[in-house]
Ligand binder design. Structure first.
Ligand SMILES: [Cu+2]
Length: 118
């Protein structure tokens, strides 16, 4: 495979990752949503998400070093997300809290739980 083709294929993968993401504004209130957080330049983007039980949160690591998304209270942890890797959690009631990266504790994010019928 030529480098040009490799880059083209990589771009296709990135585009595919964007497909399942929906916003609450365009979905039925009761439908589970897949939220995506980009990890780039040692930041979670967005750093705060409003989530409902049943939603899923996907982290995509755009950096060249591994990261984690780890609940401060220890209730959930993606484990190591390699460079260009993806990790996912399902949102349950206990998922709502602050999280950080184990390797880079200055990286902080937050999941804010909202009622299912909100
Ligand atoms: Cu990190």
């Amino acid at each position: 495979m030529t480098r040009r083709n490799f880059l083209k294929n990589a771009a296709t993968v990135v585009a595919a990752l964007q497909v399942p993401v929906a916003q609450h504004a365009t979905a039925q209130a009761s439908e589970p949503v897949v939220h995506r957080v980009e990890i780039q330049q040692f930041r979670f983007v967005p750093d705060t998400l409003k989530v409902r039980p049943g939603d899923r949160v996907v982290w995509v690591n755009r950096d060249i070093v591994p990261h984690t998304a780890t609940a401060v209270d220890g209730n959930w942890d993606t484990g190591k997300i390699e460079a260009n890797g993806v990790a996912e959690i399902a949102v349950v009631t206990a998922s709502t809290n602050a999280y950080f990266c184990i390797y880079h504790p200055s990286m902080k994010g937050r999941l804010e739980l909202v009622p299912v019928d909100a």
